[in-house]
Design a protein around this ligand. Structure first.
Ligand code: KG4
Ligand code: ZN
Length: 360
């Protein structure tokens, strides 16, 4: 058997500058340099600031990753880089560095779709077999995919407006809880009564697997304003009940749409059925439990990769690069950075999705 490949991965599509070294399935190093403090004053990721930070930090991230992995550039078999989708300045920084390294070292170059990186992670962490169903739920994305191969994805549906993580973050902002909103809303919800406020379950009345979360946030805002008008402010219990009601609505919508996506997937009679959830929202206890229950009900293997490999990182890019490399895929100096790059080229384009930007 051939020795496992050693691959350097680079990721710079949003606000994390990341480099990783993979040998086979072993993550020898995974360095993630965040930029949260650079964007904190602006209420979102500022593309120009992100791009400059990536350009400054990428080579440091590579140096650190190589040192942690105990390998040199000469030991690498290939260089994999996120070539999109994402904020174009950041993606360009990564692609240019990867091209420079590949040319200077005479090593193969592989451009990777960032979403494919997320979608293939369950194969790195849990050796998941194709085809499996994937729910990607993060601050910027929400979609159901049947993953059939490293370049073969079917999109069953996704959000038509906000992503769930974005809705959690906005809910936290509306209720004066700290960012990121997911963990603080989940913590507050623990003491709350989910039945006190009944929030809408958007799009459940429509067939299919598309989701919507922006109406939920508006309903929460109205409820908060009504309470403030009525009582002059919010009690801690009100806040907990609002969080619990909101979280239950997100959970119910995700669970029902997952039930439908599972039915479509299982209709194809996969030999070893599997479902994976990834993205920051996968950390949510009640949401994760609802998915786990659904899988148990249908005899489907449930996988949730460790959070560090679910959120943006470069190990997933190196892994996707390794899969593409094994399939004979190579890029050259014509590799371009793509701000948009849908995984499923046949899926209908979405209206208004991914408002927060390119973070996936
Ligand atoms: O995957 P991720 O780190 O970054 C993106 O690519 O967006 O996801 C971050 C998102 C944030 O919106 C955050 O509020 C949400 O994931 N999140 C959660 C929880 N932990 C993080 N949402 C709900 N419950 C959580 N426990
Ligand atoms: Zn991502």
């Amino acid at each position: 058997m051939a020795p496992p490949l050693t691959i350097l991965g680079l990721e710079s599509s949003c606000d994390d500058t990341a480099a990783a070294v993979l040998r086979g399935r072993a993550v020898l190093a995974s360095v993630v340099m965040g930029q949260t403090e650079l964007h904190a004053a602006f209420g979102g990721v500022v593309p120009e600031i992100a791009a400059r930070a990536h350009a400054e930090k990428l080579d440091l991230a590579v140096e650190q990753a190589l040192a942690q992995a105990g390998v040199t550039l000469a030991d690498l078999d290939a260089i994999a880089v996120t070539a999109g989708p994402g904020l174009i300045g950041g993606v360009l920084s990564g692609v240019m560095l990867a091209k420079g390294l590949a040319t200077g070292l005479g090593k193969p170059l592989i451009g990777v779709n960032h979403l494919a990186g997320h979608a293939l992670t369950p194969r790195l962490t849990d050796d998941m077999t194709y085809p499996y169903l994937m729910l990607l739920v993060s601050g910027g994305h929400c979609q159901f995919l049947i993953v059939r191969g490293a370049e073969d994805f079917t999109r069953l549906g996704g959000t038509i407006d906000d992503a769930p993580g974005e809705a959690f973050d906005k809910t936290a902002r509306i209720l004066g809880l700290p960012q990121p909103g997911g963990p603080s809303v989940e913590a507050a919800a623990r003491d709350g009564d989910p039945a006190r406020f009944r929030f809408p379950r958007p799009l459940l009345d429509r067939p299919g697997c598309d989701l919507s979360f922006s109406g939920l946030k508006t309903a929460l805002l109205r409820q908060r304003d009504a309470l403030v008008a009525d009582q002059g402010g919010l009690h801690v219990q009100d806040r907990a009940d609002l969080c619990a009601g909101f979280q239950a609505a997100v959970r119910d919508v995700l669970a029902e749409k997952t039930r439908r996506a599972l039915a479509l997937y299982l209709d194809e009679n996969p030999k070893t059925p599997g479902f994976a959830i990834a993205g920051g929202v996968a950390a949510n206890g009640p949401i994760r439990a609802a998915m786990q229950d659904l899988c148990a009900e249908h005899d489907v293997r449930f996988v949730a990769p460790p959070l560090a490999l679910c959120t943006d990182n470069a190990a997933m890019i190196a892994w996707a690069g390794a899969e593409l490399f094994a399939a004979g895929h190579r890029d050259d100096m014509t590799l371009v950075a793509r701000p948009r790059w849908p995984l499923d080229q046949n899926a209908a384009p979405l209206v208004g999705s991914g408002k927060k930007g390119a973070k996936a």
